[in-house]
Design a protein around this ligand. Structure first.
Ligand code: ATP
Ligand code: MG
Length: 563
């Protein structure tokens, strides 16, 4: 089933995870509800993470619990402080607050270490000296049981001694690991004596050089959940096979929370989005190879990219709320995200006028030395948003494709001899077309009807076309960046081939567009609608740059009705 087909389900809070939470709370299985969002700080968050964030923080809000932000910082080789800061900024921007509960797996390194010693003492963990490739060979395969390592039956005392010396830094990277002693014949590969600790002489962003052994994800995760008294540990389906290990570790260590219950892991479908790559590994590669202008490039499906593109946080939350929380993966159409963005922006974005591909218009019967201010609505559907004044004068810019020298019957905009309405201004008629030596149209000579001020003719005469414009003398120049999907395919291919699928036309720069003067006041990050063109956001960095969030045409209804 498509991930997006069950719109109504999560809106009323009846997805299977909320059902479980409701039931657990009603049965008094826990003292309260605690969830967590556990990013690894090895990249920026993407819209897939937003699903997990909205689910974890959303459930906590709905059921009066709390949600912790916990960094899973167990791999210093790939993690950076800058990622930690960016992740915090993104979660906050999405509208969630972890309050006092900002945590790091690294805060628990000492406790985790002591628990590891406890496992050794209980005969449930051992130090293995097998080189990596041999360990892999011993592990067997999906169809073939693994074999016990020759080091598996080491004495407890020897294991403890070696583990302490691992911590003391006596051995080089990769020389030894600590493994859980479970079952090399288990049908679940994760239970074939999984590695719990490895040696890594690397500086950690938070603990510096204090440690040279680090717990891996599996050993850190469930135990961190227990320390924080997390009740419902929600993650994506690929962790389902890790759940038996999660439970084995909590039980073997004997960690309990509150009423004596244990945290429990539940898996839900990850978000996959068409025409996008939602994996940090791929996104890292796009950034590293310069395919995009950083993690917050407006073409990136990262939270920071969406923000820079002008997408409101409310649109992201709305989109996520329409996704089904199920146990079956699917791909969600990019058009659905775009639909949510348009719905949101349509309500809140003030209307303005801008001309992207200018064609000059001279109003021959308008005095050379005159200009006037005309009243324009900020939002035709919402009078509360008020009006503004836009200057009008003899020389204007209109959009090049609002003129055709030899227009077909259904083209109602400008053409030789035709009359159109200039939005909020006057009717004008095209009298003459001026071309350059190459035959390209460079200017239109028009007349205006002074009786039509505001856009209506007192004699009741109608025009079919209304076009936008800016006054040349008053316009301010800007650069506009137009974005399209980063990938050509709906589902970009796997492996390194995904780079070959990049859409070469994903960015078009219009170096000189003309804006109505009020647009100079738009603050960085603010999104407006350029009438008839789309939604545009003043860039957060470069001044006088507007990023196109989206055009006005919505294709979601069409896609939905086909489905
Ligand atoms: P990626 O798969 O993109 O590399 P990750 O899973 O390695 O991401 P983490 O930092 O480990 O990234 O993820 C933090 C949380 O976000 C995890 O609980 C993970 O399940 C969840 N998450 C990651 N990607 C998605 C997604 N596409 N949809 C829903 N949840 C996701
Ligand atoms: Mg991960």
């Amino acid at each position: 089933m498509n991930d997006a087909d069950q719109d109504s389900e999560s809106e009323i809070g009846t997805d299977f995870i909320r059902e479980i939470v409701r039931e657990d709370l009603a049965a008094g299985r826990y003292d309260g509800l605690v969830t967590r969002f556990p990013p690894e700080p090895n990249g920026y968050l993407h819209i897939g993470h937003a699903k997990s964030i909205c689910l974890n923080f959303g459930i906590a809000e709905e059921f009066g619990g709390r949600c912790n932000l916990r960094f899973d910082d167990t791999n210093p080789a790939r993690e950076e402080q800058a990622f930690i800061e960016a992740i915090k900024e993104d979660v906050t921007w999405l509208g969630f607050d972890w309050g006092e509960h900002l945590h790091f797996a690294s805060d628990y390194f000492e406790q985790l270490y002591l628990w590891a010693e406890g496992l050794i003492e209980a005969g449930k963990a051992y130090v293995d000296d097998l080189p990596v490739d041999e360990m892999r060979a011993y592990r067997g395969s999906l169809t073939e049981a693994g074999r016990n390592s020759p080091y598996r039956d080491r004495e407890i005392g020897e294991n403890l001694d070696l583990f302490r010396r691992m911590r003391a830094g006596e051995f080089p990277d990769g020389a030894r690991v600590l493994r859980a002693k479970i079952d090399m014949a288990s049908g679940n590969m994760n239970l074939r004596d999984p590695v719990l600790y490895r040696i890594l002489h690397a500086e950690h962003p938070r603990t510096g050089t204090e440690w040279c052994i680090y717990p891996n994800y599996d050993f850190a995760h469930g135990q961190s959940d227990a320390i924080e008294e997390v009740t419902h540990s929600l993650c994506t389906l690929e962790f389902a096979d890790h759940r038996p290990l999660y439970e084995w570790l909590l039980e073997s260590i004997g960690t309990a929370i509150g009423t004596g219950a244990r945290p429990k892991q539940y898996e839900f479908s990850r978000l996959n989005l068409s025409h996008a790559a939602l994996s940090k590994r791929r996104l890292t590669q796009l950034v590293a190879e310069g395919c995009v202008d950083g993690w917050d490039d407006p073409r990136m499906p990262t939270i920071s990219g969406l923000r820079r593109r002008g997408v409101p946080a409310a649109a992201v939350r709305d989109f996520i709320s329409r996704l089904a929380i199920t146990r079956s993966d699917g791909v969600v159409e990019m058009a659905m995200l775009e639909h949510c963005i348009r719905e949101q922006l349509n309500q809140v974005a003030p209307r303005r006028m801008a001309v992207l591909r200018p064609l000059k218009v001279v109003i021959e019967n308008y005095p050379d030395d005159k200009s006037e201010l005309l009243v324009a609505q900020n939002h035709p559907g919402n009078p509360d948003m008020g009006t503004r004044e836009v200057p009008f004068s003899r020389e204007l810019y209109v959009e090049r494709d609002d003129f055709m020298e030899d227009p077909p019957r259904k083209f109602f905009r400008l053409g030789p001899g035709r009359e159109v309405r200039l939005r909020y201004a006057y009717f004008i008629t095209c009298k003459e077309v001026i071309k350059d030596a190459g035959g390209e149209v460079v200017e239109l000579r028009c007349t205006y009807d002074p009786e039509t001020k505001g856009g209506n003719a007192p004699d009741g005469r109608k025009v079919k076309g209304t076009i936008h414009w800016v006054s040349a003398a008053h316009a301010v120049a800007a650069e506009v960046r137009l974005y399209e999907n980063l990938f050509n395919s709906e589902e970009p291919p796997g492996g390194d081939e995904f780079l070959a699928d990049l859409n070469p036309g994903s960015l078009e720069i219009l170096p000189r567009v003309w804006l109505e003067p009020g647009l100079a006041e738009v603050t960085p990050g603010q999104t407006v609608q350029f009438e008839r063109l789309g939604y545009f956001c003043r860039d957060l960095g470069a001044s006088a740059v507007f990023n196109r969030t989206l055009g006005l045409r919505d294709s979601w209804a069409k896609i939905k009705s086909k489905a």
